[in-house]
Design a protein around this ligand. Structure first.
Ligand code: SAH
Length: 234
């Protein structure tokens, strides 16, 4: 059974975008995953096909309407659809490799992309949406966030990566940042490849890589070691 993604958006032309190329694109062609987009505007009922309105209580911007979004969602993911329903949102739980792996092991995802100031809170509660953030910054819309999430998930699907092993050595999979990489030429602008890497001694190489990974993690992301932020692990 392949991973089935449904994306609800006001901009379906943004998909598959980057995911139509390279690894994800080939996997899409091969049927390893499928991507359906739903134009939210098609579920508006008025003559102007309105999907948003001014915020209750006043203030700047517009808010996406719960009724329109619910119609789109109920059509895209009717009762009994086992896929998790995600809302891309800067207020959501930060996306982690652990959650990415869980999603990749499941049947797919229904992903709602916000625009404007966001969506009516009653929709989030009434349809039990899982809010997911891709980081502490504000995008103009949920579409790039959905592309990021799907990219991370799709590369973990069986058969997508040429070298299956490389998925497990990545940053975060071990709870650490990854060690640095080198390739030919042996010397570049006076900088040689660290001697140990050309020694052929696999035990020494493994130890060196582990040491560099620890060093980098200590310097850049001590939170990953302290246990406060170890979601990337395993
Ligand atoms: N007013 C909102 C931001 C709205 S940005 C606030 O301050 O919280 C418009 C849309 O972009 C959001 O509804 C969401 O779908 C998407 N978005 C913006 N930043 C995001 C992030 N860091 N992660 C995931 N989605 C994001």
């Amino acid at each position: 059974m392949s991973f089935s993604a449904t994306v609800l958006t006001l901009h379906p032309e943004m998909f598959p975008g980057a995911l139509g190329h390279s690894l994800a694109g080939r996997a899409l062609q091969a049927g390893t995953w499928s991507l359906e987009t739903v134009q939210i505007r098609d579920f508006a009922t008025d003559r102007h096909r309105t999907v948003d309105d001014t915020p209750a209580g006043g203030g700047a911007g517009m808010v996406m309407r719960a009724d329109v979004l619910a119609r789109a969602l109920d059509r895209a993911a009717p009762q009994g659809d086992a896929r998790p329903r995600l809302l891309m949102s800067p207020r959501g739980a930060p996306l982690t490799q652990r959650r990415v792996r869980e999603l990749a092991a499941g049947p797919g995802a229904v992903i709602l992309c916000g625009r404007f100031e966001g969506v009516d809170q009653r929709l989030i509660e009434g349809r039990d949406l899982e809010e997911v953030s891709i980081g502490d910054y504000i995008l103009s819309g949920g579409e790039p966030a959905a592309l990021v999430l799907l990219d991370a998930v799709v590369r973990l699907l069986p058969g997508v990566m040429g070298n299956e092993a490389s998925g497990e050595e990545e940053s975060f999979e071990s709870g650490l940042l990854e060690h640095p990489h080198y390739t030919r030429p042996q010397e570049w602008e006076g900088r040689p490849i660290p001697e140990v890497l050309t020694s052929g001694n696999h035990a020494r190489i493994a130890a060196w890589r582990r040491e560099r990974a620890l060093e980098l993690t200590r310097a850049r992301r001590p939170d990953l070691l302290s246990g406060k932020n170890r979601d990337g692990e395993r």
